[in-house]
Design a protein around this ligand. Sequence first.
Ligand code: Q6P
Ligand code: ZN
Length: 675
Amino acid sequence: MSSGCALIFDEEMSRYKLLWKDPTCEIEVPERLTVSYEALRTSGAVQRCTQVPVRQATEQEILLAHSEEYLEVMKQTPKMTEEQLMEFSKKYNDVYFHQNIYHCAQLAVGATLQLVDSVMKREVRNGMALVRPPGHHSQRSAANGFCVFNNVAIAALYAQKNYSVNRILIVDWDIHHGQGVQYCFEEDPSVLYFSWHRYEHQTFWPNLPESDYTSIGKGKGSGFNINLPWNKVGMTNSDYLSAFFHVLLPVAYEFNPELVLVCAGFDSAIGDPEGEMCATPEIFAHLTQLLMPLAAGKMCVVLEGGYNLKSLAQSVCQTVQTLLGDPAPRLSELSAPCDSALDSIANVRTAHSPYWSCFKHLGTNSDTSIKHRKLEEKNGGTKDAKPSPETQTKKKMEDIVWPEPLPRSSPALRTVVAPPSGVEVALPEGCKSLGEISKSAPEVAQKIRDKLCQDVVDQKMLQPLGNIISVLDQMKNKEVCNGCVLVPDLNVSVQCSVEHALTSLTKRVLIVFIGDGKLPVNTSDGTALLVQICSEEAEEEKSINHVPLCLRKGESFTEGFMQAVLGLLLPLAYEFNPYLVLGVVEEGKWKTLLPPVWGHLISLLQGLAQGRTLALLQGYDKDLVEVTAAALSGAPAPALGALGPPKPEDFQAMEKQRQRLQKRWSLLRCTVSES
Ligand code: Q6P
Ligand code: ZN
């Protein structure tokens, strides 16, 4: 099975443009495509991708989502005069036609289907199609919002028909509502559509009541349409991450898609004159990274909007480089999500509580969000501490500046594994066994060991400690990205790792500990955050940087674990923003139940600390080592199956921690805080 990334592009799709004056359409220019491709070329991404040619979609394929009458009319457009084209454009809302747009629209659909074919046939792992015209506003018999044919909707129907895909997730991160996609799948429970969009209480285009969070799908499709309206401009990285952690990801894991399609509009990024949002281009590396563990990595990203050429090009690069497996860049310090975003998030969670067990508990206790909704209407808006650009003019929006994303690179070797001496492990692509440990390692290990435990001299520990030091040194020298070390004892190993990491390479370490008992980690000075998933209730925790979560034995372990990962661990981890992640597993913990979820946990953590993860596994569990090595080297973990509800006790335990911590850790919030 290939681990490649497909790139589908043809210059031909830049060969149509607006021929007359029209202020609403003038932003949709051919350069959107050419600058995106050029930026990919300059970054080296084009050369690393598998180039797949575009093709024309057949009429039969277009008819999967459109009416015959509509197709016939579109087929007439190449013969029209400029004047006729201008007249014809007025039949639809916010679109323009050109003699070559029908040809390009055929190629845009064809390019998207080529991507679906490449991914479904496993010729590549994932990929992106750079297309024009975009698609998500287009409807069965109507062009709309620069869109002629609905590229992504056709792709979903095509995947159902040709590959019998049972469940497809469509994520629409464009800043406009893809109402065309919504209409197409409203009654279809096999396609889950998620869209966030600038809404401002229906005052923003396309001004539809059905774009609100109350449109949850129809009939059998109830619960399978998720709208997250943004009622203010100026949304930031934190707001987008909150939406992923508290809305999209829990539902997506419960849905268990076999294929992920992304309506990838980059008008949701900073600098865009349409979106007027403040999320930086780097956020798309993280949105991509967080979706990659779904559907065993089968992800097709298809360009939609994006009208600030610089922001667009940078965002496209971030997306493709992540699909290629480059470690995501660290996000600069996150602000708290704003009240308006939290209000929308609370509302959509409540609206979907009858349909998704991850939100079931909200059904009974929904008055908070309703109260705030009322409050918002009365006060004409929730408070929002951030300076918002809403008062600025569009012209100024184009002048907004932000730091250029740093060049991304991946070390020559992604992953090293240090098995116990004498043990051979089968390693995946991109993964090597740690050979010689670095020269200074034994000395450093000895020193640290002496400092930590003068009492016992255990020769057995020297080799593993040397391995830890070596892997951390290789990370520091950018020779490797991450590593996995097998150790006989956790206490000394963790102490040694944290000590060496804090002195030689980082100022903040996140420790994710799967096990019982107390790790010797100082959680009082802010340099370490310890999240512990255990099976035995520990004593009440005082430190805001030690987060124990106890999962009950028995059924629904996977559900409880993943709920903790998405709702607690990831928000904490992103807000803490570590330079190194330590993943620590106690020997024999949860036996065969652990490896599948551990693989997902490691994959999801790859967005942190530029992918610098050190896994410390106690003892030797072949399954766990293989899963860890695979996840660290960027291979998608096998799907977990559709998730049901977690045990009520597990849910309560998580809620308790969220309540305790959300004042300090704002990314844990999923409602507007009181007062
Ligand atoms: C926005 C049309 C323009 C109003 C000008 C797939 C991509 C898109 C299209 C947006 C059309 N209104 N102030 O389409 O969603 O970005
Ligand atoms: Zn858009």
